[in-house]
Design a protein around this ligand. Structure first.
Ligand SMILES: *Cc1c(COP(=O)(O)O)cnc(C)c1O
Ligand code: SF4
Length: 351
């Protein structure tokens, strides 16, 4: 692990890897994070692939990070593997067609206090950290100014004060980055403070860690969730059925035991899951572990991700096939986020 010293731990923008200082008592998930691949060439060598498949300029623009457990789910020798495609920096990231921007979802205009985004009635979203365990190349916040905006300690009171002033608030969403990158003690403190807001009825977490770093779901975290005074909704993020390994299934089963409601959101991605059979298999695999599909997002037009886009007509065809083959509750809502809209906008509601 000593070889990671020269890795760029804090890129200028985008989700940030875990802080470099680790106590000797680091938990397993923290150790796994330290052992994650931080260079595309290492991952490609591990998969028996040509290191030149990765583009150095793309990797510099948005740091590379992949836990080894996620890498083990990729097919060796397959450059088109759908899990690899989600994380591999490609030259195509330099293609920025008109309409692709740094802030595709209008986060800047939705900022209420540092780390606090408000777009929709009754819900507020806290950017609790800029860190993620894996860096998705299509990330809509890959250019988000985390250094100025993440909810670090001294800004937390400001955000909580703003929430306390809103009588209509019913739900607080912890997002990021990934909120489960906070350690258990910090998360406990934050959940306690949010639960004390009298008007809030539920808390929601948007997290990819149960999928990309399942060891994060340990006994202390589960106890924290199981004893939450407010109902919890945990929205995970899986894009492909092969992401649901036995370890992930076990982590999801543990989360379900806490009584939390489990939902999944996916992004519709060219070269990953833009295929009705793949998405149907994902819905089935999610259901088998107690998770219902929630959103299937049309790609947010973030600069660097245009090669993942699926044209609306093709997305509609895929949705139609899903409706024709799955029970309604296993069909995710296909949505597009439009800055300034009152909700995420459902697409092809009547097809
Ligand atoms: C997506 C999002 C939400 C949640 O929207 P739901 O439709 O309730 O899932 C809330 N706040 C912000 C800022 C969001 O981007
Ligand atoms: S987990 Fe979410 S926030 Fe983190 S890099 Fe992926 S898309 Fe972005």
């Amino acid at each position: 692990m000593g070889s990671k010293k020269n890795a760029p731990l804090y890129p200028d923008s985008g989700p940030r890897p875990f802080p470099p200082s680790l106590s000797p008592k680091a938990e397993v998930w923290q150790q796994e994070l330290r052992a994650a691949f931080t260079r595309p060439a290492e991952l490609l060598a591990f998969l028996g692939l040509d290191p030149d498949l990765a583009d150095p300029a793309a990797a510099r623009a948005f740091a590379f990070l992949v836990p080894r457990g996620f890498a083990r789910l990729m097919r060796r020798g397959d450059a088109a593997d759908p899990l690899l495609r989600q994380v591999l920096p490609l030259r195509e990231e330099g293609w920025i067609p008109p309409g692709y921007t740094q802030d595709p979802v209008g986060d800047a205009q939705a900022r209420d206090a540092p780390g606090l985004l408000r777009k929709y009635q009754g819900r507020a979203l806290l950017v609790v950290t800029g860190a993620c365990a894996l860096h998705c190349r299509y990330c809509f916040r890959r250019h988000f100014p985390y250094a100025e905006e993440a909810l670090i300690h001294d800004r937390e009171q400001q955000a909580l004060d703003a929430l306390a002033r809103d009588p209509d608030l019913t739900e607080v969403i912890l997002s990021g980055g990934d909120p489960l990158m906070l350690d258990d003690a910090r998360l406990e403190e934050l959940l306690k403070r949010l639960s004390a807001l009298g008007q809030v009825r539920r808390l929601r977490l948007h997290t990819r860690l149960p999928v990309v770093l399942p060891s994060r779901i340990g006994p202390r975290l589960c106890t924290l969730f199981a004893t939450s005074p407010l109902p919890l909704v945990i929205v995970i993020h899986a894009n492909h059925p092969r992401e649901l390994s036995p370890e992930v299934v076990a982590a999801l089963a543990a989360l379900r035991q806490t009584g939390a409601t489990l939902l999944n959101q996916s992004v519709l991605l060219r070269g990953v899951n833009a295929d009705p059979d793949c998405l149907a298999a994902l819905s089935e695999a999610l259901f088998a572990t107690g998770v219902l599909p929630y959103y299937l997002h049309q790609l947010d037009p973030v600069a660097g991700a245009a090669h993942f886009a699926v044209p609306p007509a093709e997305a509609g065809e895929i949705l139609l096939r899903l409706r024709a083959t799955l029970p309604g509750y296993l069909v995710p809502k296909l949505v597009q986020e439009v800055p300034g809209a009152l909700s995420k906008l459902p697409l092809f509601e009547r097809l």
